[in-house]
Design a protein around this ligand. Structure first.
Ligand SMILES: [Zn+2]
Length: 481
């Protein structure tokens, strides 16, 4: 949730010109040729929008530009974080996204932190629905030390007569970057340790060529490159940091393909069939734009959109300006609305990573609000001393009822006193994170069971906004830090 770092490392100078002359038949000169089409951090962005042609556009590009054929030498892989994003994905707890990815013929997906957002039961429902397996070689049940039944450590796919071993690695940040209680029963063991265990197994199972499909950031792939090389692995794919990343280190190609279905990677791997060694690996990152829309995928997305409209088309307000997800107006609106719903509380705190979309000019619907605040988080109320309150404030935290522009002061101007006790609202997600001090401050919080978006919806509705009386008149634009 907190990993919202749009670090667009622009290393994709190596734009790989392969589209017009792609020979995907392979097998010439005794070499195998495999094409990997790769996405990560899709986060449910299946609809066409200003930044992307959506899932239907991407599949259209794969068919038109990459020469994708179902019976061709293709591997279609996801680096994880498939859902939790716009309402069309979140409202259905990922079901719509799996539907789309099934139709796009994904071969496997690595489990990211957000695959746990709807608890293990939610993840298992999606797995049952998926026509492709979920990978995670470094997840262990705390009770048994075994790999849990909702993932496999690897799969082997035979393509162009080469048995490709695809090993999954899940981000070790998962206990902080999804709801901590959802993964409380699992350990996420270090990547290198997991590889040491799984590689002999995957080789024994017959894999001839190994690749790593990880929900790993660029810096993590880099740190793993020499270990990978030692095992003869020459390709690592990543995710989680939403980077456009295409680099080589120690002869290992490392690729991360952005996020939100805005882009994908095409990776061409040529393997000597005798030695099973890579002769070449060429990776290119491409944007999902100007596509010929695939009508079958478009029809699936459109069905889910219609389904969504039966729940979330209600108009709750109107704004005549865009309200950016990372603006003071947005932070203040969200945190202040909690204090309207819980007027006895002094301060409200949430993390910017839980605020995921802009509100654009025009009507504001429930769908907007679900996309804005998509996580299954509820508000908890706890007592904290002024000292404890100051200690939980960091750059990722925004707040209502308080400012820190001129020392810590409550909204009425009273300085926050280290020894005084304040009633504080936050999410159960932040409360559960053991790297914050909420649990130590108050081990018995009141769990309100109110969803963190509900007060915002209630507040906007209460204003009866319209074209003549837009929401933006009521916003507080003043920074609090
Ligand atoms: Zn992630």
């Amino acid at each position: 949730m907190t990993h919202f770092r749009f670090i667009f490392i622009v290393f994709f100078i190596s734009i790989f010109q392969f589209s017009s002359c792609a020979d995907i038949s392979g097998s010439e000169n005794g070499n195998a040729h495999i094409v990997i089409l790769y996405t990560n951090d899709e986060h449910g962005w299946m609809e066409k929008n200003n930044d992307s042609d959506g899932a239907a556009g991407m599949f259209g590009l794969w068919k038109e530009k990459e020469g994708y054929k179902e019976d061709g030498n293709f591997l279609i892989l996801s680096g994880g974080d498939m859902w939790t994003g716009p309402a069309i994905s979140t409202w259905f707890e990922g079901e719509s996204m799996v539907d789309v990815m099934n139709a796009m013929h994904y071969d496997a997906a690595t489990v990211g932190n957000h695959e746990f957002d709807f608890k293990i039961a939610g993840l298992k429902k999606r797995l049952k629905q998926s026509k492709f397996p979920y990978l995670g070689a470094n997840i262990r049940e705390k009770s048994t030390g075994e790999i849990p039944d909702f993932v496999v450590p690897y799969i082997i796919k035979e393509i162009d007569d080469i048995k490709i071993g695809i090993i999954g690695l899940t981000t070790i940040s998962a206990p902080r970057t999804t709801f901590p209680e959802n993964v409380a029963d699992y350990d996420f063991i270090p990547y290198e340790k997991a590889l040491n265990t799984v590689i002999p197994e995957v080789k024994k199972a017959g894999a001839e060529f190994l690749i790593v499909n990880g929900h790993l950031c660029g810096y993590e792939m880099n740190a793993l490159a020499s270990v990978a090389k030692g095992y003869g692995i020459s390709l690592i794919m990543g995710g989680h940091c939403h980077e456009m990343y295409n680099e080589k280190s120690e002869g290992v190609t490392m690729v991360e393909a952005g996020s939100f279905m805005r882009s994908y990677a095409r990776i061409d791997v040529t393997i000597d069939k005798k030695t099973k060694e890579a002769l070449s690996i060429n990776a290119g990152l491409r944007y999902n734009r100007d596509a010929r829309i695939d009508t079958s995928i478009a029809a699936i997305v459109s069905d889910w959109k219609n389904n969504l409209n039966t729940y979330l088309s209600e108009i709750i307000g109107y704004t005549s300006i865009d309200i950016s997800r990372d603006s003071d107006a947005m932070f203040n609106m969200i945190t202040d609305s909690w204090l309207v719903t819980f007027p006895d509380a002094d301060v409200s705190l949430t993390n910017v990573g839980g605020i995921r979309q802009n509100i654009t000019t025009g009507n504001i619907t429930l769908e907007t609000m679900v996309g804005l605040l998509p996580f299954a988080n509820s508000i908890v109320r706890l007592n904290m001393t002024g000292q404890e309150l100051k200690e939980v404030i960091r750059s990722s935290i925004v707040f209502g009822g308080m400012t820190m522009t001129d020392g810590y002061k409550l909204s009425d101007g009273t300085p926050v006193n280290d020894d005084s006790v304040y009633q504080v609202l936050t999410t159960d997600y932040l409360y559960s994170r053991n790297d914050f001090g909420f649990q130590a401050a108050d081990p018995n919080p009141v769990r309100t069971s109110m969803h963190y978006r509900q007060p915002v919806i209630d507040w906007i509705k209460s204003l009866h906004t319209s074209v003549q009386n837009p929401l933006n008149r009521y916003l507080d634009y003043v920074p609090r830090r």
